[in-house]
Design a protein around this ligand. Structure first.
Ligand code: GP9
Ligand code: MN
Length: 417
């Protein structure tokens, strides 16, 4: 009957982070372009593979005056992979521990970022050249209030333009920007890339660097497809500039989840030149995150430990949209109240001092096992975070919440029973 919402609401309200008014609204009114970087992990950024630079364009962005780059940013997805990352970004809630929430709870009420931006006059859409029903997206996007889904039918897949899972990212970005030129402004577009996806195949003409030389063909090819992804992002920026959309847009990009699983630890150890302990495995869950605001001149590397759940409040605040009444669990990374505490969907967690993985507490600095007391206070809190999120989703509790006023609609709900 929604009564669980009282406790959840108390928790959310007491963990809320005030916006930082030095950056609040600095992207107000701009088009919003959010790019999901398929399977991109931080271990390839600003690194080389056998002397080859893997992500030259993204490396430049990490040093760019208009870009905030987050090297200590983690994915928080579960079995729902890409769709879980979408869920987190849209709702500021965790995905579920079991199946993909896009399948299990697509009938719920949500107060998505999309819905909020609809309310600000944005034309909201998702662009992804795959069948619309993959991950149940067509159904879930209705629940998230997405105005239009540009699925595979909105793209022309010419001969030689498809590889691996479908349309290559370069033609995908070109055609997506073409669509943007026709959109009502301002728009909020989420673009979901695809080429850097397992099993990481590329046509020869798109192989811009050689493969790696380990016993894992998967890891060997991954560097090549990551290199291609980097090239495709460069094309996105060029196209936005060519079409006059760049200056009026804010571009947020994040890795959706890991691409290289623990099955490739031996090859990964060869590349990283260190043993893949549970500590290293947790650190390998870092995915790059960029916030690019043309002309802002405020860019810097933000070392803050943060995660995908922080994207929604951070972005909304940059757009000048308040979130003080939102039922979200992340926090604005620019806020003084933002806490360096990232919870993975499986219960592992990372703070600025420790990494908790495999039931062992590690010193974040050294990667060595440290005394359990250093992690102890966080173990219960990590479980609590996930539990509150699950409670909201499993109980469809946003039905009983008025995000305009912050009122709980519990009495009303009880009456109608
Ligand atoms: C499928 C694409 C990839 O449309 O989002 O999904 P993933 O396997 O990464 O979840
Ligand atoms: Mn994915």
């Amino acid at each position: 009957d929604g009564s669980e919402l009282v406790e959840v609401n108390n928790y959310v309200r007491s963990n809320q982070a005030e916006p930082n008014y030095e950056v609040f609204g600095t992207a107000e009114g701009k088009n919003v372009i959010v790019v999901s970087l398929e399977s991109l992990q931080t271990f390839v950024v600003n690194e080389e593979m056998n002397g080859e630079v893997v992500t030259p364009f993204l490396n430049e962005l990490t040093k760019d005056n208009d870009t905030y780059y987050f090297p200590n940013f983690y994915h928080q997805t579960g079995l729902g992979k890409t769709s879980d990352s979408e869920f987190i970004v849209e709702n500021g809630l965790y995905p579920l521990g079991g199946g993909a929430v896009f399948f299990t709870n697509s009938g719920n009420t949500y107060n998505s970022m999309t819905e909020k931006l609809n309310g600000k006059g944005y034309f909201t859409n998702v662009m992804h050249s795959n069948n619309k029903s993959f991950w149940n997206r067509d159904i879930m996007y209705n629940a998230l209030d997405v105005d239009k889904f540009y699925d595979v039918d909105s793209y022309e897949v010419a001969d030689g333009d498809a590889v691996n899972w479908g349309l290559k990212d370069i033609p995908f970005f070109k055609q997506s920007v073409e669509h943007m030129t026709e959109m009502q402004k301002p728009f909020y577009s989420r673009l979901i890339t695809l080429t850097n996806h397992y099993p990481f195949h590329l046509d020869e003409e798109d192989q811009l660097i050689p493969e790696y030389d380990s016993n894992s063909g998967t890891l060997n090819r991954y560097f090549q497809t990551a290199r291609y992804m980097d090239e495709s992002v460069k094309v996105l920026f060029e196209e936005l500039k060519a079409k006059g959309l760049y200056e009026d847009s804010i571009i947020v990009m994040y890795g959706d989840h890991y691409g290289i699983s623990e099955n490739h630890n031996e090859a990964m150890a060869q590349y990283l030149e260190k043993e893949i302990t549970p500590f290293e495995s947790a650190q390998l869950q870092r995915v790059p995150m960029f916030i690019h605001i043309p002309g802002s001149d405020q860019g810097k590397v933000v070392e803050e430990v943060s995660g995908q759940i922080d994207i929604r409040p951070t972005l909304l605040h940059l757009l000048g949209v308040e979130t003080s009444k939102d039922m979200q669990l992340g926090a604005d990374v620019f806020s003084k109240d933002h806490e360096e505490f990232v919870v993975f969907r499986d219960g592992r967690f990372v703070t600025d001092k420790v990494v908790y993985a495999g039931n062992v507490c590690y010193d974040k600095e050294t990667g060595e096992e440290t005394e359990a007391e250093a992690c102890a206070p966080y173990i219960e809190r990590a479980a609590e975070e996930l539990e509150y999120s699950d409670t909201i989703i499993n109980g469809d509790l946003l039905r009983f919440y008025d995000e305009k006023t912050g009122n709980l609609l519990i009495d009303e709900a009880a009456e109608t029973k």
